[in-house]
Design a protein around this ligand. Structure first.
Ligand code: XIL
Length: 389
């Protein structure tokens, strides 16, 4: 078998083992053990909200930011949605447009226009914008699998980070420099994910990426971003420990990492696994390393919640408020982004569909851009959050 062929097969394996597939498998496993647990359902729970301010205004009043992930296509094709974004958000993040495989198919052939449109829009309207993401095993362009080897991997990383981070230098609030580098189920003592980067460059690829990003964009806050950090389960606990170990190592070696990004893709059917004491403790441990924390991709899947919309929306809203009221208590948390603003555009339609095929309702606004109880829940959490300023 040729070397090239072998490499692409290995890449396929790594990608197959990747976060999303793993997450789904784990979620299914937990579900079987814990069938239809709506133990926290409270039909009398109060989601009332005072005043007319948007989520962004409420966040800002506490020295926080609120924003959402979006795509260039939404901006150019959906004026109503754009109005909703402008009303609710003080921060934006490209859902996909800044990923390596969206910017370039070939090395050195970058197409920045779609992502540039998002940055220009944010600037025009005085909104912050985050960068997502420079190094992620799931967003490598085809050319990577075809041509990169352990001899050329460092140069490939260097060229990519320099090209992209310099292009946006000074314009971004923060960069997710490395995404999802931890995977305890891969059974390494350091808890790192077995990815092409790890295989080619060893564990130090992570610090290399942060150094390159700091050099290319000295103003952006540099973030390590990961998922499954939220619940009191063995899987999440292993990931919390591995992430902490990684962050400690980076800090002890003076690597320029400034914040932890917690994706927070929550599950409305797993909310009984929220353990406030444990989560607060983890956030404190991160803060004690001198790091800020951003909730980067919050949403609540309703895939296993009852079909009835009123009940479903209450359970989703409960998940939002219960989670945010814990994390916003931690002063190191500086802002929250949801992974989309309206159910009109959510990755969960494809990634976590309901068995009954009904439309999913995971975000603050419904498909008609009307606020749901999830909106109230987020508003309430900001209103009750301690002030940062
Ligand atoms: C997802 C996007 O929402 C989808 O549109 C895309 O097909 C796959 O990626 N963690 C991340 C995000 O860091 O980049 C992922 O976004 C969701 C999980």
């Amino acid at each position: 078998m040729s070397k090239l062929h072998r490499i692409s097969r290995r890449h396929a394996l790594w990608l197959g083992l990747g976060g999303l597939a793993g997450m789904t498998a784990i979620a299914l496993g937990q579900h079987q053990a814990n069938h239809q647990n709506y133990g926290l359902e409270d039909p009398t729970r109060d989601f009332s909200v005072m005043g007319q301010q948007s989520l962004g205004d409420r966040a800002r009043a506490k020295g926080l930011f609120y924003g959402a992930a979006l795509s260039p296509e939404q901006l150019s094709s959906d004026a109503d949605f754009v109005r909703a974004l402008l009303r609710e958000c003080t921060m934006l993040v490209p859902e996909n447009a800044m990923k390596w495989n969206r910017l370039a198919q070939e090395f050195d052939d970058y197409r920045f226009e779609p992502a540039d449109a998002l940055v220009a829009f944010a600037r025009r309207h005085g909104l912050g914008i985050r960068g997502h993401t420079l190094i992620w095993h799931r967003s490598l362009p085809p050319a990577f699998a075809e041509r990169v080897t352990s001899q050329t991997a460092e140069q490939a990383m260097q060229r990519h980070i320099r090209r992209v981070a310099r292009h946006y230098a000074g314009a971004l609030h923060s960069w997710d420099v490395v995404n999802e580098a931890v995977e305890p189920s891969h059974d390494r003592t350091d808890g790192l994910r077995v990815s092409p980067w790890l295989e080619y460059l060893g564990p130090d690829y992570i610090e290399l990426a942060f150094h390159l990003a700091a050099e290319a964009d000295p103003q952006a806050r540099l973030v390590y971003n990961d998922y499954n950090l939220d619940y009191d389960t063995p899987v999440d606990e292993a990931r919390r420990r591995a992430v902490l170990r990684l962050l400690e190592r980076l800090r002890s070696r003076n690597v320029p990492v400034h914040a932890l990004g917690i994706q927070a893709h929550l599950d409305g059917d797993e909310q009984h696994r929220l353990n406030p004491t444990q989560l607060r403790h983890f956030l404190r441990e991160v803060a004690n390393l001198g790091l800020k924390i951003i909730i980067t991709e919050l949403d609540v899947t309703d895939r296993r919640l009852p079909a009835d919309i009123a009940r479903r929306d209450r359970l989703v809203a409960s998940a939002y408020e219960d989670y945010l009221s814990v994390v916003l208590d931690e002063p190191a948390v500086i802002g929250v982004l949801t992974w989309g603003l309206s159910d009109r555009y959510t990755w969960l339609t494809e990634f976590k569909p309901r068995r009954d095929r009904r439309a999913v309702r995971p975000l603050p606004l419904d498909v008609a851009l009307q606020p749901k109880l999830a909106w109230n829940a987020i508003a309430r959490a900001f209103d009750h959050a301690p002030s940062r300023s």
